[in-house]
Design a protein around this ligand. Structure first.
Ligand SMILES: [Zn+2]
Length: 376
């Protein structure tokens, strides 16, 4: 990635490393009449400067270097091309997806950094102590399924990576099938789903199961064949961690049943369900006491204001809140005879194995980390 010689190649390496260090999701290289321009997208905002970084000649070198990294056709300049390469970093490896497009001024390159988020430990994720202890215990048991749910961008992959990282230190055979691999972990055999190449989830999972795995991470379960295979594997001495498309714990059951997994298999294989979401954290620098809400709540809570530090938004960063359920013997029993219905809300609330969203939210509100409006 960073060669010993070649100024342009080294310059590109520095540019990419700088973007990753800034937490950028994308890097744009645009040819314009006055030279090569750079834009980076950080936290959704596209940042640029008016001056070019160099001549159009340099731009051509940079694009060529990108093509070399992606093993693309260097001579093709008049057609869109796509490719990828990876950037080694200390703790992880960032994968970069490249898109090249011919424009009237030359080829425009857009580099997307996949999984450009630091690998967090389980403790750094922000789970409450009880959920964390239960998650650890479930993972240490070495078998059964742990299912994560939540909206896109709610940090499910980050949680699974943290769990994988924890397990990687033990003598276990760890595999993952993802669409695509977002973060490279050296101790884990990771495979990216590539449906165009015939490498879909069922195909990958079937092969992976023949490779003597102890722990299987499946990016998502979205088809019936994989669902049945995965929960069967969780029944037969494998630890499975995966996600399904659902908003909360109860909906997760509905989704898994909808994928054709029968109630008896699920009751025996499912160990834990975690639903998670991220809420905006108040900027520590400018938050003020919300007198009106504090009076209603009977404890001091805060509201956002906005300052230079938080770019006048009043918020900085996000906090994790979760809902979790551990399948206890009596829950298993009722699940087995449920005929594919999700557990009732009352049933969950009565169970000590269930932690609702409201608990984490209340705790963050009391600590002054989030505002009242975030609790809705
Ligand atoms: Zn602020």
């Amino acid at each position: 990635f960073r060669p010993e010689t070649g100024q342009e190649a080294q310059f590109l390496a520095s540019l990419i490393e700088y973007s990753i260090a800034q937490g950028a999701s994308d890097l744009h290289l645009l040819p314009r009449h006055d030279g090569s321009h750079v834009k980076i997208r950080v936290n959704g905002e596209l940042l640029s400067r008016s001056e070019p970084i160099g001549s159009l000649e340099l731009h051509k070198y940079l694009v060529n270097r990108i093509k070399v990294l992606c093993s693309m056709d260097i001579t093709a300049r008049c057609k869109p091309q796509e490719g990828s390469f990876s950037v080694p970093a200390q703790e992880f490896c960032c994968s970069v997806r490249v898109s090249l497009m011919p424009t009237v001024q030359g080829e425009k390159a857009v580099l997307r950094f996949m999984g450009n988020s630091k690998l967090l430990s389980l403790e750094q994720l922000g789970f409450d102590t009880e959920t964390l202890a239960r998650l650890r215990e479930t993972a240490d048991s070495g078998e059964g399924a742990i299912v994560f749910v939540g909206a896109t961008g709610s940090g499910k992959s980050t949680s699974m990576y943290a769990l994988l990282k924890k397990l990687a230190s033990s003598n276990l055979s760890l595999v993952s099938v993802e669409d695509p691999v977002e973060l490279y972990l050296p101790e884990i055999s990771q495979t990216s789903v590539d449906e165009r190449a015939g490498l879909d989830y069922p195909t990958c999972l079937r092969s992976v199961l023949r490779q003597d795995p102890d722990v299987i991470m499946l990016g998502e379960i979205r088809d019936e064949v994989s669902a049945k295979m995965a929960f069967q594997a969780a029944l037969t001495g494998h630890l499975l961690m995966t996600t399904v498309h659902a908003r909360d714990v109860r909906e997760a059951f509905l989704r898994v049943f909808g994928l054709g997994v029968d109630a008896v298999s699920l009751s025996q294989s499912l160990k834990m369900v975690i639903a998670q979401r991220l809420v905006p954290k108040l900027c520590e620098r400018c938050k003020v006491v919300d007198l009106q809400e504090s009076n209603i709540l009977d404890f001091e809570c805060y509201k956002p204001v906005g300052c230079v530090i938080c770019d006048y938004t009043g918020f900085s960063g996000q906090a994790l809140v979760c809902e979790s359920l551990v399948l206890t013997p009596d829950l298993r029993e009722s699940l087995a005879i449920s005929k594919g219905e999700m557990p009732s809300a009352e049933r969950l609330e009565d169970s000590s194995a269930y932690i609702p969203y409201s608990r984490g939210i209340q705790s963050l509100l009391r600590q002054g980390v989030i505002e009242k409006a975030a609790c809705l």
